[in-house]
Design a protein around this ligand. Sequence first.
Ligand code: PEP
Ligand code: MG
Length: 759
Amino acid sequence: MAAGSDRAAPRRLLGRLRVVMAEAETPQARFSAIVRIVAAELAAEVCSIYVMRPGEILELFATEGLRQDAVHRTRLRVGEGIVGTVAASGQALNLPDAQNHPAFAYRAETGEEAFASMLAVPVLRGGQVLGVIAVQNRDVRLYHEDEAEALETLAMLLAELVVGLSRSGGSEQGERPRALNVTLPRVFEGVGLTPGIVLGPVLCHGARPAQATVLADDPARERDRLEAAIAEMHAGLDALVTKGIGRGSASAETRDVLEAYRLIAADAGWLARIRDSVIAGLTAEAAVERELGELRARMRRVSDAYLRERLADLEDAGGRLLDHLAGRVQAEGAAPGFILLARRLGPAELLDYHARGLAGLLLEEGSPTAHATIIARALEVPLLAGGRGAVDAAEAGEAAVLDAEEGRLILRPDSEIVYGYEAAISARAVRRAVLAESALLPPLTRDGVRISVMMNAGLLADVGHLAGSGADGIGLFRTEIAWLARGGLPDAEAEEQFYARVVEGAAGRPVLFRTIDLGGDKLLPGFPHGEEENPALGWRSLRIGLDRPAMLRRQLRALLRAAAGARTLRVMFPMVTTVEEFRAAKAMLRAETASLRRAGRAPEHVLAGAMLEVPALVWQMPALLDEADFLSIGSNDLTQFLFAADRGNARVAGRYDFLSAPMLDLLAHVAALCRAASVPVSLCGEAASRPLEALAVLGVGIRSVSMPAGAVPAVKAMVRSLDLSAFSRFLAGLRRSAAGGHSLRTEIAAWARDHGITL
Ligand code: PEP
Ligand code: MG
């Protein structure tokens, strides 16, 4: 019978292996015994072990069921055949009909044509692929989950043996197995989520030394060790949530995030699975590693952003458990100023790393709304999302440049690159110091035009930067950020208090509150977002608000109450696509205002604005301008929809330029119509944060821009160095002469340079 339904199989398998490991005299004898036992325990007709050899070649090291004369003869390149594919991806494959899989590579010497199904699992250690173990059967069958788990456990044991081979100077064949490794400089592209440039040694998150032993000598002692480590982990998290908050940087949202994380870490399911593995005979470390391996595999399969974040939090907690087992402290040994490379990171670990001198962060699976991103932004740690493969390619201590401005990580940079970046970093420091001095001066152009320079915000921590940033107000308050950080819908009272604190923090400066902008990549736990083929074009933003009027009205009430009194409340609706949508949203605002006014709890003035993010709205401008009190251009979404290029996709990010005629002509058209109708218009997407882009925005006639607080001083300096009428004339001529949609960046930058613009 197959081990598929036999819950005792892992324990029996490990018990038999323990005996073999003790008895077999040579590594080859151990490999041969393992394949025999695994084949018998999993009722497989074939079990084979492939080991990585120099030159990224996988060599058949032992087999039960294939021809013995193929051992040490059959070799596959990484990426070749099913085994090579598993080695290249680091992921298991469970194939009922392997021979019809596109990657199948036939090797006559093995005699494997008789076997239809195949389960192949990578042998991993410290994120590096050392080999592959595979079982095969004649009949077409999908291997049971328990069988896959048993083989994965075994792969951990094999990793120790393979490493042992290299330590003992090689196998009988005399060569060291080699992992996939390179030592040349490498560049990884990503998207900068928090700006900044850092040069420093890397630290790889999750690259803990692999556990020395897989099988426990004394299971009762292992249980005690595990329970002690679980207790320490909980105590450590409790301390972090209460005491760690006192680092000065932690906001109420950070506390909410940590609270949610603590609950996830205490979830009984994953701890029960680890306890089961220890009972089955694994060491506590191996049991945690095994659970982590499964979590990672699940993460790869899950597309739901919220679930992935929760799994990432669990992975984070598993890492802490391993550290407690080993008596390690997080980031021990890393000198302050390090760049952390991680696939994902939980909020608690990010705070730990920060306390130990984290200078920059790369998250391969980072996203703008992840918990770690929200906290990195509040801590002002430069963050790059993307750069897949960086974690596996790097060794701790290697030098790297993290450039979250241009969106790249350069691993092992050569001296020229280091020199260039050192110069750039010190120039930035000088510039920041100069800018900080002039940040509080008014943003007046040289020809006397007063520009409004505002900042974007979403957390109370951001509002705290308002006075020091020199911004005129908050040009975009993203209300959904707090909901996402909290992990769910706030209750009405908490929401009102939150907005009241924002209004209070702004101390009379204007705040443009944007109503909830969920959907796309901003998924709220417990909210019925549903699966969508193209979420950016789907049920998101105002569309959700109009379909769930009770939710939108509740938010509007909270905003109105929070701003009650002798104030002006500015509310804007995101992603308006038709004027009718805007009218419907505005009617809700009017109705809520009227009812609160009767109760004496409304602000004196209430202004309703529309965000221009969907190109269709450009062709409804006259009607829209009759309705709207103000307009705000969301250049992030507008650019992605205008050019049909996903804003989060690094592959298309550099393909079309904001500084090209299609975009600038559109903005000029909108600005002219707004001016004629006396409706104020501002631009609040990321484009406004880059001085050259902000220059062009002013050049087409827009007089108000909003950006992250950190960008305000540089944009103000640009404004103060500008003769706006001269530049506007130049830009109008340039747009007229541009035939096509190509970039005008070089010409605009050249003009700026020639005219002494501070960029
Ligand atoms: C935008 O799209 O430019 C914008 C400001 O909204 P968000 O980035 O939050 O989608
Ligand atoms: Mg938007």
